[in-house]
Design a protein around this ligand. Structure first.
Ligand code: MN
Length: 205
């Protein structure tokens, strides 16, 4: 399927998320950071080219079948590729500004309300020490869960399906927010594309 993994094109302009996320941050985040994960993933897989035929999500689900010599590189860079690919879709402007329908019902059932969910997700994103991600996932029992992961670890490694993710690495916000991660998280809610999150939920369940 893949000859090699490729950096997906952004579906929106670098400045489309301003003022929540500034253009320069988007340009570096996509063109340098995400691009480096893709390049390093491809480099690692040269040793086991059979993995080029698999979707990145499936490689991560089966991370323990990846040869030990390249497993850490695939975990970090393959995770980075999958996580950022989802993140750009979550941020793609133009969708609904709040959850509705089946996803809203599931959020209310799991967390009580959308506000309670957002509080829980915000807490996970705020308290992740160092670099990582906050997630809303569908777990193996098809239940919604909120948690964070370290570094570029992906929920797919636990056979969970991420439907909403937030990058809390400093490279995602430092130019505009410096050490003010909570301000970045607050601004993030203003640019979430809930139409995409709902589609991701429908695919996952
Ligand atoms: Mn990032």
């Amino acid at each position: 399927m893949n000859k090699v993994f490729e950096l997906p094109q952004l579906k929106f302009a670098f400045d489309a998320l301003e003022p929540a996320i500034d253009a320069r941050t988007m340009e570096i985040h996509h063109g340098k950071h995400h691009a480096a994960y893709v390049a390093n993933l491809n480099k690692a897989l040269e040793a086991s080219p059979e993995f080029f035929s698999m979707p990145i999500e499936d490689i991560l689900k089966g991370i323990n079948t990846v040869p030990e010599t390249i497993r850490t590189a695939v975990r970090n860079n393959g995770g980075g590729h999958a996580n950022h690919s989802l993140f750009w879709d979550v941020l793609n402007p133009g969708g609904k500004s709040a959850p509705s329908g089946a996803l809203l019902k599931a959020i209310e059932s799991a967390f009580g309300s959308t506000d309670a969910f957002m509080e829980k997700f915000t807490a996970a994103a705020t308290t992740r020490f160092g670099s990582g991600w906050a997630w809303l996932v569908l777990d193996g029992q098809k239940q919604l869960q909120v948690y964070s992961t370290a570094n570029q670890d992906s929920p797919y490694m636990d056979h969970h399906i991420p439907i909403l993710g937030l990058d809390v690495w400093e490279h995602a916000y430092y130019l505009n927010y410096q050490n003010r991660r909570p301000d970045y998280i607050k601004a993030f809610w203003s640019v979430v594309n809930w139409s995409f999150v709902e589609q991701q939920y429908e695919k996952a369940r």
